[in-house]
Design a protein around this ligand. Structure first.
Ligand code: HEC
Ligand code: HEC
Length: 126
């Protein structure tokens, strides 16, 4: 019994050791790579609100005995769908509205997810 406990403890520790450095690598293809944690979090919060969903709408559950999500993973197809929408929104704001050229186009919010979604994950098309 003690041996099993010890063994699983060692296994869990080695998994943690393998996983820990990977957490630092960001998988950002649309948002600026130098984004702060606070800015990233506040943008993600706006997605939840605009679509009326939780973080797990776009992010898969992390492996193992945990309730946390694996934000780096692209396994949830909704995440890629969201990237398309993000590119579209950046494009709309950049091309159609005046903005201070010192501002990052990724951070403009003349048109936002909420403009169309209004709390719905799939806004009606008519
Ligand atoms: C509508 C879909 C959607 C929702 C909802 C969403 N996210 Fe994201 N999230 C994304 C996308 C897309 C990316 C990748 C952005 C990119 O490629 O630039 C991302 C990236 C992230 C990252 C960076 C991961 C990395 O690679 O380091 C974190 C952290 C994150 N989200 C946290 C959250 C949290 C916390 C919530 C809930 C408050 C949330 N997300 C809700 C779509 C979503
Ligand atoms: C110009 C209007 C508009 C804006 C702005 C917009 N969306 Fe959408 N979005 C839609 C419509 C319409 C649908 C439903 C399309 C469908 O069902 O094919 C949709 C569907 C989605 C879906 C579901 C994917 C799918 O294939 O149906 C996700 C995820 C999503 N939007 C995320 C976002 C995020 C995140 C933002 C902000 C970065 C955003 N949207 C901004 C109009 C918009």
């Amino acid at each position: 019994m003690l041996a099993i406990g010890l063994l699983s403890c060692i296994i869990m520790l080695s998994i943690a050791a393998i996983k820990a450095p990977a957490q630092k690598d960001r998988n950002l293809q649309v948002l600026p790579k130098d984004i702060s944690d606070e800015k990233l979090d506040s943008i993600m919060q706006t997605y939840n609100k605009a679509l009326g969903v939780k973080c797990d709408f776009c992010h898969v559950k992390a492996k193992g005995f945990t309730d946390s999500l694996d934000y780096v993973s692209d396994l949830e197809p909704m995440k890629e769908e969201a990237r398309k929408m993000m590119r579209m929104v950046i494009d709309i704001n950049k091309k159609n509205f005046h903005y201070n050229k010192k501002d990052r186009p990724e951070y403009l919010n003349t048109v936002t997810c909420k403009t169309c979604h209004r709390g719905e994950p799939f806004p009606p098309e008519d």
